[in-house]
Design a protein. Structure first.
Length: 75
């Protein structure tokens, strides 16, 4: 099966909170660091994130440049 990357601007995170919660994502920060893991909690101003080393991080929404998710395709 193929995969498609879906990219979302950091400012659209609060509007897409229901589809991003508990989903595997890549967070691209404005300083070009990238985190891979699961979004645990979203508020209007912050994002609680758990990476695959079981470390929890709290990021400000204003520090996130984009969120990248993988979508599995049927072909």
């Amino acid at each position: 099966m193929g995969k498609r990357l879906q990219r979302m601007n950091g400012t659209s995170i609060p509007q897409k909170s229901k589809e991003l919660l508990n989903k595997e994502v890549h967070l691209v920060m404005k300083d070009n660091t990238i985190f891979h893991g699961v979004i645990c909690l979203l508020t209007e101003t912050s994002c609680q994130f758990k990476d695959y080393r079981s470390q929890k991080h709290i990021f400000s929404i204003s520090d996130i440049a984009e969120v990248i998710t993988d979508q599995t395709t049927a072909y």
